[in-house]
Design a protein around this ligand. Structure first.
Ligand code: SF4
Ligand code: FES
Length: 248
């Protein structure tokens, strides 16, 4: 719930995780900064002000500032969220920021989500598999509107990693495809241009690193900033996996 705007500006206290793994002298610790809150201040604005006016060495990632690039995921008072779309007015005066777990730490609040997502794509072979020879004269294939919409839903993932960071299974099993990975698998499973059969998909997702590795806490569904229908996606994958099992 949004905190009611007060006419008295708040003095915000930020406790921010600091650690540079590249520096042998660096020790993980929390550092405190204070800042006057401004109207409509996002964490993006607040962190930039802290870096500009108090500590130029503070590391964090932002690019688009509008929930598109997926680079600004962080733990905000323990909950994964995008810094660019989190308003300080929705938070208490004490704001604790940590880097997302699961991903390799670059420094402070900055993590390497790219390597994790690349490995996930390679492990799940999340691309169109089709042996058809390319025909430059061929007409564009047609697709049912509802199916195109379902595929588009999966493609809305911005690879921010918030779901992965919130996932109990991904936190303990480095090989687990994670919510974003399972969403990616479902997106290609639905796509009629991908000619893999149920048996092929069974090999990809029907194990403890796939959809049966999910322990059902569903935090991913709660934190996804794009509100992807992750619960429906897992149900779809489980139904497909069971159908393939009993067909084979
Ligand atoms: Fe981020 Fe949602 Fe994609 Fe997970 S599924 S990476 S939370 S956009
Ligand atoms: Fe791009 Fe936040 S800066 S999603």
């Amino acid at each position: 719930m949004t905190r009611k705007e007060s006419t008295v500006p708040r003095r915000l206290r930020f406790e921010i995780f600091r650690y540079n793994p590249e520096d042998a002298e660096s020790v993980p610790h929390m550092q405190t900064f204070e800042l006057d809150e401004a109207p409509y201040m996002s964490l993006f604005i607040a962190l930039n002000q802290i870096r500009e006016t108090q500590d130029p060495s503070l590391q964090f990632d932002f690019a688009c500032r509008s929930a598109i690039c997926g680079s600004c995921g962080m733990l905000v008072n323990g909950r994964p969220a995008l810094g660019c779309r989190t308003l300080t007015s929705d938070l208490p005066e004490l704001i604790r920021l940590h880097p997302l777990p699961v991903f390799k730490l670059i420094g402070d609040l900055s993590v390497d989500t790219g390597t994790w997502f690349r490995e996930m794509v390679e492990n799940t072979e999340a691309w169109i598999h089709n042996q058809q020879a390319f025909d430059p004269e061929a007409q564009e294939g047609r697709m049912d509107d509802d199916l195109a919409h379902a595929i588009y839903e999966g493609d809305r993932c911005i690879e921010c990693g918030c779901c992965v960071a919130s996932c109990g299974a991904a936190n303990v099993n480095a090989d687990f495809a994670g919510p974003a990975g399972l969403n990616r698998v479902a997106r290609f499973m639905m796509d009629p241009r991908d000619t893999r059969g149920d048996g092929d998909w069974f090999e990809v997702v029907s194990n403890s690193d796939g959809v049966f590795g999910c322990i059902g806490m569903m935090a991913c569904h709660d934190v996804c900033p794009k509100e992807l229908p992750l619960l429906e996606i897992y149900a779809y994958l489980r139904r497909k996996a069971l159908a393939a099992r009993f067909a084979g």
